[in-house]
Every structure is written in C-alpha cells, then in structure tokens.
Design a binder for this molecule. Structure first.
Ligand code: CP
Length: 315
C-alpha cells in the first residue's frame, strides 16, 4: 500500500481484519519496521482521537513522529495557483508540501471539506496536492469526502461485537447545530457496502448522500422503520449534499434516545466522536451498556497501525 485515502484500498477484508487482530494482540511486534523512519502528521483542522491514536500507532511501530498544526504557528498557506499573494498568506502550499515531504518518510493529512465549492471538496484538492507534490506516501486522517481510518476502526469494532455473520447496521442522521462534512457518513457507507452487512441509511429529506456512496444501499426518510431489528445503530450528523453545506433541519425527533433504541434488536450504539450529547444522542444511550463509543475510539490505534504498517512494508 502506498497511499491510503479510502477503505476500498484495504484489499481482502478478511486479511485486513486478521492483521488488525494480530496487531491488537501484540502491538509492539513490528517495531523494526519503523526504526529511523519519520511520520509527519499535518492537521488543517482540530482533532483529539486521530491525533493521539495515529501518533500512538506510529510509536508502536517504532517510528518518530512530527505533528504540524497548520493554523497554529505555521505560515498561513495559499492553496490556489495563480493567486497574487499580496494578502495575509505568506507561503504557497506548492512549496510547503515538498518541504514537508523532505523531512519525513510518510505523511498523514487532515483536511476537511470547506463548503466553499462542492466541486473542490469532492475533488479532494488538498489531499491530492499532498499525494502529487510531497514525493512520499500519504494517508488520509479525514479529508473532504472520506474518513477511512475511522471507518476501518468502525468495521473492526462491528466485527468484534457482531453476533451474526451479516448484522443489520443502521446509519442514522441526527441533529447538530453546525454544518458538518459528509466524510464520515460517506466513508462508513463505503465500508458497510464492502463488508456486505445488511446496511440501511436513515436521513431526513434533503440529506441524501452523494449517489456514488449509496449505490445499492437502502435509504429511507423514516428513522423508526430503519431502526426496527437493527443490531448496530451508527449515529452521525452531516450537512446537505444536494443543497451543499446547508443545515436544513435541527429536528430533535431524530436524536437517538432510549425510545428509539427500543425499536432495535437490542442494538449497540456507535458514534465516531466528538458527539453533541442530547442533540445526536441522549445521555442514557451513550452512557449505557450497549454504547461502543469508547472501544470504537480505542480501535483507532489498531486501524491506524494496520495502515501505517502496510505503508512501511511498501517503502
Ligand atoms: N473521530 C475523530 O476523527 O475524532 P477527532 O476529530 O477527535 O480526531
């Protein structure tokens, strides 16, 4: 594996899950792979889990880690070509990226959708510039359209907790005060299709995801109907794709509560975190015995370590 931007690049999923399980069992077995290798983590956006879990994964593999928060202490970057740089941006990303590449062996990049242009966001302009200009393997730590390390951790978690070979997994939209990107739900849909689970998406009208991510998936605007018989409930907010980046609803009738969970087949509750309590999910559900949010977050280390190990093996 050279670059990792989508769970579709994991190859045979049984192999990926088996490799993740081996890493979880013995996290320090591959320290030789990362000796004298440097991982650079570049954040254009905030992070708790991705920052810590990816750092920990790289350390488990024996790597050195450098973290750059682009908006805190670095020069403000221009990303467009052809711009006369007479404003507040001191450095162009087309110099900054190869410079960053010269200081490391692998680069992880977090760059969210900016909601200025659907075409730019869905073209993954920033992530692709790193792939094109860094000269180094690049993996996504959440880009504009996908969050593959999160999705792989989610898939590992479902594999660990499922009681049947093909569980019913429901991803439901839930309300949030701000416009959030579609990266997590897009990526989760991609992963669920790959895994072949019985996968249903529930969202209000106006919130259907991009068709490329939902082909062949049951999409309903009736949350209660979707939740019936569910084994896993994955809650997430996202802004509208068709009315790009807009918040069309804050309907608390979509919040995942005990009453909603009672419709399921004693389902586990999942969320990628951070989560807005009593907007996305009630306190009692997230704190309850069927909540997987903490094991899911813990599996972010395993997910990242599996991917970085594969990239190190390809160097
Ligand atoms: N789930 C996730 O990516 O969390 P952070 O934004 O805190 O990294």
């Amino acid at each position: 594996m050279r670059h990792f931007t989508s769970v579709t690049q994991l190859g045979d999923l049984r192999d990926a899950f088996a490799e993740a399980a081996r890493i979880k069992e013995n996290p320090f077995a591959d320290q030789h792979l990362g000796k004298n290798k440097t991982l650079l983590l570049v954040f254009f956006n905030n992070s708790l889990r991705t920052r810590l879990s990816t750092w920990k994964a790289a350390t488990n593999l024996g790597m050195n880690v450098i973290v750059l928060d682009v908006n805190q202490g670095a020069w403000k970057l221009e990303t467009e070509r052809g711009v006369i740089m007479d404003g507040d941006k001191s450095e162009h990303i087309l110099e900054a990226i190869p410079v960053m590449g010269s200081y490391c062996d692998i680069i992880g990049v977090r760059s969210f959708a900016r909601f200025e242009s659907r075409e730019d966001d869905y073209g993954e302009v920033i992530l692709n510039r790193f792939i094109q200009y860094s000269g180094k393997p690049v993996f996504s730590m959440e880009a504009a359209t996908r969050h593959p390390l999160q999705t792989f951790a989610d898939m590992i978690t479902i594999e660990e907790y499922k009681k049947k070979s093909r569980p019913k997994v429901v991803m439901t939209w839930a309300p949030h005060p701000k416009a959030l990107p579609q990266a997590v739900p897009n990526s989760f849909a991609e992963g669920m299709r790959l895994a072949g689970y019985d996968f249903v998406i529930a969202n209000p009208e106006g919130y259907d995801l991009a068709p490329e991510f939902t082909e062949g998936v049951t999409v309903t605007h009736d949350q209660d109907e979707a939740l019936r018989g569910a084994d896993f409930v994955y809650a997430k907010n996202w802004a509208s794709y068709s009315n790009y980046g807009k918040v069309l609803s804050r309907d608390k009738g979509w919040t995942v509560t005990e009453e909603k969970m009672a419709l399921t087949d004693n389902a586990y509750f999942m969320h990628c975190l951070p989560v807005r309590r009593n907007m996305i999910v009630s306190d009692d559900v997230i704190e309850g015995p069927r909540s997987l949010v903490i094991p899911e977050a813990a599996n972010r280390v395993v997910s990242a370590q599996t991917v970085i190990k594969r990239i190190l093996e390809s160097l």
